[in-house]
Design a protein around this ligand. Sequence first.
Ligand code: GDP
Ligand code: IMO
Ligand code: MG
Length: 431
Amino acid sequence: MKVDVLLGLQWGDEGKGKIVDVLTPRYDIIARFQGGPNAGHTLEIKGDKHVLHTIPSGIFHPEKTNVIGNGVIIDPLSLKGELERLRAKGVAPEKNLIVSKKSHLILPTHRLLDATYEASKGDAKIGSTLKGIGPTYTDKTARNGLRVTDILSDDFRNRYDSLKKQHLDIMDSYGFDYKSYELDGMSFDHYEQMWLDAANEIKELKVMSTENFIDRQLREGKSILAEGAQGTLLDIEFGSYPFVTSSNTITAGVCSGLGVAPSKIGRVFGIVKAYCTRVGSGPFPTELHDNDGQKLRDEGNEYGATTGRPRRCGWLDINALNYSIMLNGVTDLVMTKADVLSAFDEIKVCDRYQEKDGEITQEFDIEKSGLEPLFKTLKGWKTNLDDKTKASEFPEALNDYLKYIEENSGVPVSILSVGADRDKTIVLRDF
Ligand code: GDP
Ligand code: IMO
Ligand code: MG
């Protein structure tokens, strides 16, 4: 068996959580391979909304196994909160959740370092979620980090104190007064005690070498879906550096983040919102600062699932989409939030850019400055899609929009999402 992959093709928040939940019945195992609680994956099941941060989006299916892979970084206190919120909804997450012992830990001082670095950057700040992502991956690559396996050691407290001291020394050098900084509304000392208690509770979960578990499952013929976080344009290598996250959000990240060989990758579902959004700083060629941008935000309820920040909105960028398809080897597109575009008379898609010297190009190069997006205008459908179940029932303009994307990307749109709820999903092609 191979590992199928589902990931975001834009700047995150494409609706990955919803689609993973919808596809979970087809798989035995759902596995997160990168990122941490900077992710906010929303699931709506019969009107009940739930946001997941570190736990895979298959958790609402009790007979499926959910894996937090080695490439994911874990904040034990955030994870504990997630587990408790799930239990309050009648889910028993500890029964079908497996955690890699190689996953790195986000310490309270990693979150403080995130705040220190962002404050020091002033106007050039990344717009991080301040969950400690950058500093934790930094310690990982510097071979300095603490992992889940360290919690199991008798020496854990010493290792924790030693890394904390290094962090406090860095903050001192920046003049950052950590004692007066609150974490989730708590003093540092209070938060730290809660974090240490939560770290201890990770011992009660199923902790193992998940790469070996996954290999065994594949040999037994089990099917696996790898769930991405963030989006391709936030990838540490290919995103709009430095306005990126600190992990590989692309298909290649599945190999290192779960211990899966490249030859074991199967289908790649690329999730694309029917328009574009971005939270945080950094270039966004099709961003709209006008009424249409505000309308997309209002109709799409574009406010961050993790931080509540308003998302920047703009039209779809077909060249950026093709760049993401290229990097990930996408076999199937999944378009979400098509219903949001029902409010528009006309829909635009950026199909070319004009360079500073007047040259026209279709090559997406986010680091080139002064690219002017040029748009193709398509007809809107102005039709409520709530009761639609198949393409033959769609308004012609919606089918034209899908056809335009398929023809210009060379990849089929296999699933269309027309609402936040699980039920509002239309499978257009078999896969
Ligand atoms: P993720 O991070 O990729 O999982 O996406 P988020 O959960 O951060 O953001 C997607 C938002 O859009 C959530 O509020 C979802 O409930 C919602 N959503 C997902 N698919 C659709 C859709 O097809 N239509 C509408 N209107 N909302 C959707
Ligand atoms: P999901 O999985 C959207 C953005 C932040 C910031 C940049 C770096 O829900 O799609 P970080 O906290 O990683 O240091 O922030 O990346 N960002 C996201 N934007 N969705 C996400 O996750 C994101 N995770 C990080 O806003 O611009
Ligand atoms: Mg999100």
